[in-house]
Design a protein around this ligand. Sequence first.
Ligand SMILES: [Fe+2]
Ligand SMILES: [Fe+2]
Length: 278
Amino acid sequence: MKAHPARNPLIARKPRLDFKVEDVVWADNPEVAMIWNGSSTILPVLEPWLNRVLVRCRKQLGPEHEQLKREIDDFVRQESNHYRMHAVYNETCEKAGYRFPEEMQQACDDDYRNLLNTKSLEWLAAYCAGFENFSLYQARFTYEAAPDLLREGNSLAEMMMWHMAEEFEHRSVCHDVFAVVSGNYFLRVYGLLYSFWHLNKHMNQRISMFLEKFCEGMTPAQRKASIKSARRYFRRYLVWSLPRMAKILIPFYDPSKAPAHPRLQRALARYEGMTVAA
Ligand SMILES: [Fe+2]
Ligand SMILES: [Fe+2]
């Protein structure tokens, strides 16, 4: 394994955000807000799980990987801030009537715990690398192609902007960890495809529930328009991201080479400025 390239340390920001129930429908297109709000409910399960896997991987790294170990520590700090804030975000959605049932959340948690207990470290690292590699395109889509979603002043939109910006920033950590614990190209591709399928299975359940709740009380015509609006957003996202994501399949793919859009750089500085002193 070649030496890990020197990089700027990751900053664990924690912007002061005062979540307000009136901010729950935070996008011009309300179905987009429901899609993101539904997705948010998985993060207090998924992100602690990613941290657990990386902490396990860290134990396998020798003294020649000190920098990567520091990056893992920073990654864990960033993800910990994300899932704690998402728990508050989700409570805000609950106050507005959008709730993912506790028993279904428990089933999802059990599913992830089962992976942790039954899969090899290499397999788990491949899942994390796959997930982080396709999440990078969600972050890039937001900052490069969807400036309409960047709503400064709306607490829930700001949470998503902060989260996406830091997902971009720590884009290489899981990929690099996988390269050390395995590096097998075919396992990396399998991890990408499996995590994409597995995560979307869990996400779709949540998103459908939130969109369905949003449609309550609508006339058939309004409901039809709402479904169309949600589909339009998915199409917009997939048309932008899928052709670009194909790059991940290149054997020497390197996520660190992804360009940081000026809007994204400004957001990182903004959320650093809004960070609450520890
Ligand atoms: Fe995160
Ligand atoms: Fe992440």
